[in-house]
Design a protein around this ligand. Structure first.
Ligand code: SF4
Length: 350
């Protein structure tokens, strides 16, 4: 491979079909089905080289080799939590690193992936924010995280959910995100159900609207974290541009598939967001929407800026919502002891 080779995993099947169409020899007929075969080798059989693609003719394989390479990622290190979660630090080709987390559950497993190296959104409670934005990840760098983690897990673990809740604001890297979703859900490729993919945003309204119009209907999660503009702006600067009123309006207009709802993430911080007044405010704010709320008790970090809620207060908060018929799982943060929990992914910032 030399530097002019392209990473084939950055290509959707549609793009690859076009490439085959444009590069086929005039005598060899329509070659676009080759793209389907290549996808099958890459994402179902997880081929590491074009040589392995045995049902593709030698000439075509040579042509692929001359133009493309197949990326793979290296794990720099991993941290294992007592609860079974594993945080992986993954090295990128340019030397930067990102983090992906494996989250086991009783009957389903989740992989949490990053969409950017670092993040530019500046949320005040978030470790990743301290890195600033280093760069957007390419589609291949997003999807490779899934395969790297799967390969690393010793037993053959089944993944039921992929969540974009690692480093970065996925909607800041919109085009690459959509390409990665297209590849992950492609029936000839990994064929992962869009219903089991969740993209979490800090609340970039224009992109929420655009995402609602996409063909790929992945689930939407919105980081809410405050019920007044004052508190939310303190925690999330994005609220200055898109305040609560605008955010809730965009969510109320969001087109949902039947039986789907928006997930709101709400971080419980002692004496800031965890009072019963806040719980009441939350109900008022979200009234009329189809939603559920993930309650995430803040994980105290070394700088002591914010405090975790007491377990009793977190449960009181949850009970208040449940008593009002609101679906509100209290996410006992997995991976807390390895800093792999929400807002704690930050290479070198720990
Ligand atoms: S919480 Fe999410 S959007 Fe906010 S700074 Fe952290 S990674 Fe970025």
């Amino acid at each position: 491979m030399n530097s002019s080779h392209l990473n084939i995993k950055n290509w959707t099947r549609h793009n690859l079909r076009e490439w085959f169409q444009n590069n086929q020899k005039s005598s060899s007929g329509n070659q676009s089905y080759r793209a389907d075969q290549v996808f099958n080798w890459l994402y179902q059989k997880r081929a590491q080289s074009f040589d392995q693609m045995l049902n593709i003719g030698r000439e075509t394989r040579k042509m692929l080799e001359e133009n493309f390479y197949i990326s793979s990622q290296k794990i720099a290190d991993s941290l294992h939590s007592q609860d079974g979660s594993i945080k992986y630090r993954i090295l990128l080709e340019d030397g930067n690193s990102i983090e992906s987390v494996f989250l086991p559950h009783k009957n389903h497993n989740t992989i949490c992936v990053s969409s950017q190296a670092g993040c530019g959104m500046g949320c005040d409670f978030c470790m990743t924010a301290r890195m600033g934005l280093i760069r957007n990840l390419k589609p291949a760098e997003i999807i490779d995280q899934v395969f790297t983690v799967l390969q690393e897990l010793k037993e053959n673990k089944k993944i039921r959910n992929i969540v974009f809740m690692g480093m970065g604001e996925p909607f800041h890297n919109y085009n690459n995100l959509m390409q990665a979703l297209e590849i992950l859900t492609d029936e000839h490729g990994f064929n992962f159900s869009h219903r089991r993919i969740t993209v979490s945003t800090s609340g970039l309204l224009p992109k929420i609207r655009r995402f609602g119009q996409e063909k790929i209907k992945a689930n939407l999660a919105v980081s809410l974290n405050g019920v007044s503009d004052e508190v939310r702006t303190k925690l999330m600067p994005v609220n200055k541009a898109y305040n609560l009123e605008k955010l809730i309006k965009a969510c109320s207009e969001y087109p949902l598939e039947s039986r789907k709802r928006i997930t709101f993430e709400y971080i419980l911080i002692r004496d800031l967001t965890d009072s019963l007044q806040d719980a009441k405010g939350l109900i008022r704010l979200l009234h009329g929407l189809k939603f559920k709320i993930n309650l995430i008790p803040y994980n105290s970090t070394a700088d002591g800026k914010y405090q975790a809620p007491s377990p009793q207060q977190a449960r009181r908060f949850q009970k208040y919502l449940l008593d009002h018929q609101i679906v509100a799982p209290l996410r006992i943060s997995k991976g807390q002891d390895i800093q792999g929990a929400c807002g704690q992914l930050a290479v070198g910032a720990e």
